[in-house]
Design a binder for this molecule. Sequence first.
Ligand SMILES: C[S@@+](CC[C@H](N)C(=O)[O-])C[C@H]1O[C@@H](n2cnc3c(N)ncnc32)[C@H](O)[C@@H]1O
Length: 472
Amino acid sequence: MGRNRKPKTVKDITLHGIADKGMCVGRDAEGNIYFLQGGVPGDKVDAIIKQKKKGVPFGFVKTITEPSIHRVKTFCEHFGVCGGCKWQHLDYKIQIEQKEQQVKDAIRRIAKIEAKTFLPILGNGQLAHYRNKLEYSFSNKRWLTEKEISEDVEITQSKALGFHRPGVFDKIVDINKCHLQDDISNRIRNFVREFTASEDFEYYDIKNNHGFLREMVVRTNLKNEVMLILIFGHKDVSKMKMITEALKNKFPEIVSLFHITNAKSNSSFFDLEPNHIFGDEYLTEKLGNIIYKIGPKSFFQTNTLQAEKLYSIAKDFADIQPNDNVYDLYTGLGSIALFVADKCMNIVGIEEIEEAIELAKINATYNNISNAEFYAGDVKDILTDDFIMKHGKADIIITDPPRVGMHKEVVQMLLQVESPKIVYISCNPSTQARDIGLLSEKYDLEKIQPVDMFPHTHHVESVALLKLKENV
Ligand SMILES: C[S@@+](CC[C@H](N)C(=O)[O-])C[C@H]1O[C@@H](n2cnc3c(N)ncnc32)[C@H](O)[C@@H]1O
């Protein structure tokens, strides 16, 4: 646990690399090490040190005394304030080099093995507008800019619709233009702000948990159609109707609208029933030859174009043969299972969210896929000896767990099943390396390829192919 201490300024730190969660790591003239937010490798900086964790000082850059050659001009007016796109000031070439290194380091330091082949990272061709989903929050406490504070002017507008200020749970940065999603998202958000301000609708008080307008989720597809989900703290039928009508008249792009009423203290709406208001119940998206129906609560990879490439790499690594029996663990709405179904004899998908499994079945039928079966439940409970007896031993296991990686009982099960190939897709190099390390008892890491799905962030995805050792 970190020990809070009085902030102090340290001068002349040279930043030389990137560490966990995208922080920069650097040393002062005496060789002392620091972890800092807001820098770029190569910068010389003065920093404010706020706390020590395990003896290492953490803080943020106060002044850049000599900028790095890797610094680039940022393009977003909210950069440095909203918490998204933290690496926008870092040359994209260096961003992906750092991500590739993260995956290499994790395999070496955590899995403690070497990949037979380490393929270069697949960069992202699209550095803006790459997300198909953004979640905005309403707040009656707007994060004030430094300019507003320093000018000491009276604040007349305290409402905000935008993103959380990092580290400040109840304040929202009012967003005027976000470059992560196509411009329709900006137009809808700004219209909702103007309309609700003109009608004086109440924005949510995050600290005290009350208020009317709570969150807004904008999902888009490559055809620029929009599914909009409005989340309210409580019901007010006439105001809900007013905002619905206003949006319907203004934006023909909105092909699907849902309302959710969330009176709980937490903002998660996965346990709540969305109310379908108008348009389609699903947004559709095409990856490869598959058309996916996506619901308001569905997990779907947020970078559509890069997801298609990620799945293609997984399919290529799997090298599925016509008689193969394949398992797709953590299948979501069947995304990968359906993408590879044309190559195999049978595919079995497992996912804990029941609605996602219902959708996987709908998506299989919609795409005339008859060799895919889907089961709802925790992988560690579903993937039992009986289940494998019933569905047949897997020739290939594809696994795409959440950030925490696979449960150790699932890893044990995979070691017991001894499928000839495992394709492991991950959004967290550390947990992927941990699991690969455990699997290395019986598997070789044949190849691994990082894929950048999220430019300007430290996040990186990677696909690994594990092959059963010959002598097990
Ligand atoms: C990274 S997503 C991958 C989904 C899918 N493969 C895709 O590409 O869209 C991980 C999925 O695992 C599901 N999940 C998380 N924990 C699980 C568990 N213990 N058992 C089964 N599914 C789980 C999540 O709901 C989510 O759909």
